[in-house]
Design a protein around this ligand. Structure first.
Ligand code: DGJ
Length: 699
């Protein structure tokens, strides 16, 4: 619902949150964000929506933060024209419209949208703010148009500027490093400025484009949360400033870096969308809200809410070292286990025997696969499975035919040798001809062969970029390639990946309904990563594989059952040499796959409750419950055991108090209230032991 009172007070609400601002002297003052307010129209102009009379530029709450006019906090828009960065955007008009297409991944659906136009007549520029109301979120983006006859530089254009009243807050974010992505950080918002950002050309392993400002008393189940998630895969910045009065400004947007971006006369810049979620019911409720929103409005409807194929991937089995007979053996190994798709990972193209060559040469390496991919695909088919393949579309190796033909397509700064990471360079996707070439090369393989699944990898960050425009151009090229391939091969599922979870962001999810969460395939390590990811991303987006033992990254020995249980909380797959397993391991895989198929509908579409935090509880426990509260699937994993372990019950959530539930594994019946308020003792007392519980309401 969007209501406008007296042509100057704006109230946006989904019935659970309210967001309000008003116009005075042409300025847009922010007046309220929090629990829904039901406002009687007649009373609106005297209500909190109309503000509290607090107008000094230094402290007032604004819809935009500007520079040079006495507001010294972090700006949300900075435009440099004629050497000046001071702006004074004044209200011009507003309209309620259908949600516009912004030409990049964005929330889907016809949400009611408020468009507010502002103009700075001295800077000759227009600023347009967009607010779309979804059930559970306020989605914002902004545009700047250069109306002058000269080039201007846009230095900052945030998608959302959120003002919070004086208070003590914590900031919750997710980030880390390769192999340790999305670990949760919660720290106090101290006086001054804090920035969560990436300038790596990718949303990155280091920081995810998400942050939540929470009240000090916030837990999984209670307390206030103001969260933002940015639908963008490139450089971004989420900035927070706690001012001298302990008010908070909280901005999220694309990072335009030092030099900003030049706008020619008449040129427009459109920011990506920021999805803001408010709740007073804690971080668990915030997550369930993002999960519902992303399942319904972000993930491609062709795949959302559908069980993803169960794959076995060749990477950790054979790495680059394979030939036709090895892969045929691998495919035969997968036969009869219930696996849907065999994915051939890196190393099938050009002359790639290690990571230093062939990226860009997307044709089959006849040394390894003299008969092409056909025998592999035929063997998959005769074994009742499908075939998937790996690409790294944005990369180019110096040792490649593509580089010999087009050395200028590799990103390099003038006069310097381009730096290599993982022995490779980055293709300049701001060049349409480079994108077109890769589209044709990939289309040739996908058109010639029956391939139902693509793993889209990206193994290095962007560097050597002369200006922000090129960074943005590379991401636009990436989205363009994704769009064209998705249109041409609508039934092919594209799994996202960037050295693991280096680009696990909402914009990639728009095209890739699942993303490889980390190159760390150790189940125990994965509990931390999956826990962190679950803050924002639904389980149905996490690509999780059961890997071999000892694990290749950590060397850890983990029970097969625990590896299966952790991987089941998302899109189950396998990453081990399926041709070399013993009978017991094969039968465990068969059982895991069958069990997963029975539970998958619930896991993919259920409501997630985090019951233990692996970072501090010595255990990991997640529960997925059906929306009607009739069924739950619980996975518990013990970290290290201790002698005389103090045992703590796990308390389930989201059930019906008075209903009777069977806990299958215990052959016992409890009321919902017993399970939720008294709890149930987990049976997993050895190192890395686990337990899976199926809870079902009796008819
Ligand atoms: C990084 C990915 O995350 C791995 O799963 C694997 O595909 C390798 N790249 C292949 O080079």
């Amino acid at each position: 619902m969007i209501k406008v009172y007296g042509n100057k007070i704006f109230h946006l609400s989904d019935g659970k949150f309210s967001y309000a601002f008003y116009i005075e002297d042409g300025n847009l003052y922010h007046s309220y964000y929090g629990r829904a307010l039901s406002i009687d129209g007649a009373h609106a102009e005297k209500s909190v929506l109309a503000g509290d009379g607090h107008k000094g530029n230094d402290w007032a709450s604004f819809e935009i933060g500007e520079q040079g006019r006495g507001d010294y906090r972090i700006p949300s828009v900075v435009l440099r024209s004629s050497g000046m960065t001071a702006t004074d955007f004044k209200y011009v008009s507003h309209k309620i419209i259908k949600k516009p297409d912004i030409g990049m991944p964005a929330m889907r659906g016809d949400a009611e949208t408020l468009m507010v136009v502002l103009r700075d007549n001295a800077a000759h520029a227009e600023l347009v703010l967009y607010y779309s109301v979804y059930d559970g979120a306020l989605v914002r983006h902004a545009e700047v148009v250069n109306l002058s006859g000269e080039a201007v530089t846009l230095c900052v254009l945030d998608s959302a500027c959120t003002e919070l009243p004086m208070g003590e807050y914590d900031c919750v974010s997710i980030g880390g490093r390769w192999g340790q992505e999305c670990v949760v950080d919660r720290s106090a918002v101290a006086p001054g400025i804090r920035k969560i950002s990436s300038t790596r050309g990718f949303s990155s392993h280091q920081h995810n484009p998400f942050a939540a400002v929470v009240s000090k008393d916030c837990t999984e189940d209670s307390g206030e949360v103001y969260a933002v998630s940015l639908i963008y895969s490139g450089n971004f910045a989420i900035r927070l400033e706690r001012d001298e009065k302990s008010q908070l400004r909280f901005n999220a947007g694309i990072e335009l870096m030092e030099g900003g971006i030049m706008l020619a006369p008449g040129e427009k810049f459109v920011s990506p969308e920021a999805v803001s979620v408010y709740t007073c019911h804690g971080l668990g409720d915030m997550s369930r809200c993002y999960h519902r929103l992303f399942r319904k409005h972000l993930i491609d409807p062709r795949f959302a809410d559908k069980i993803r194929p169960i794959v076995v991937n060749s990477w950790e089995s054979v790495y680059f070292d394979f030939d036709e007979s090895k892969i045929l053996e691998f495919i035969d190994g997968a036969k009869g286990l219930g696996i849907d798709t065999v994915v051939l990972d890196d190393g099938w193209f050009g002359h790639r025997d290690c990571d230093n060559s062939s990226l860009g040469d997307w044709y089959v390496d006849k040394r390894k696969l003299p008969n092409g991919l056909k025998p592999l695909i035929d063997r998959c088919k005769s074994n009742g499975m499908k075939f998937g393949i790996w690409f790294e579309p944005e990369a180019i190796s110096r040792d490649s035919d593509l580089y010999c033909a087009h050395p200028d397509w590799a990103i390099a700064s003038d006069g310097r040798d381009a730096i290599e990471m993982r022995n490779q360079l980055v293709l300049d996707f701001s060049k349409p001809e480079a994108v077109d070439f890769i589209f044709k090369s990939m289309s040739k393989i996908l058109g010639e062969y029956d391939i139902s699944y693509v793993k889209w990898d990206a193994n290095r960050y962007i560097a050597d970029i002369p200006d922000t425009k090129k960074y943005i151009g590379c991401i636009s090229g990436l989205y363009d390639l994704y769009r064209r391939l998705s249109e041409k091969f609508p039934d092919t599922l594209i799994e996202g990946c960037a050295s693991g979870g280096g680009r696990f962001d909402p914009a990639i999810l728009y095209y890739s309904p699942m993303i490889w969460a980390s190159d760390d395939s150790d189940a125990v390590e994965r509990t931390k990563i999956q826990y962190g990811l679950s803050l924002v991303y639904p389980l149905q987006t996490m690509s999780n594989h059961v890997s071999t033992c000892p694990n290749h990254q950590s060397g850890r020995l983990t029970p097969f059952a625990t590896r299966g249980a952790v991987a089941s909380l998302g899109c189950l797959g396998y990453e081990l040499n399926i041709a070399k397993l013993d009978a017991s391991e094969r039968s465990q895989i068969k059982d895991q796959v069958e069990a997963y198929r029975r539970d998958a509908e619930l896991i993919i579409n259920g409501e997630l409750y985090r019951l233990c935090n692996p970072l501090c509880d010595g255990a990991f426990c997640e529960q997925v419950t059906s929306a009607d509260g009739k069924k739950a699937y619980v996975v518990f994993v013990r970290m290290l055991n201790t002698v005389n372990l103090p045992l703590k019950k796990i308390k389930l959530k989201g059930l019906r108090e008075d209903a009777l539930y069977t806990v299958k594994e215990r052959n016992a019946v409890y009321t919902g209230a017993e399970l939720m308020y008294a709890g149930i003792m987990p049976h997993a007392e050895n190192d890395f032991g686990s337990e899976v519980l199926h809870v079902e309401m009796q008819r």
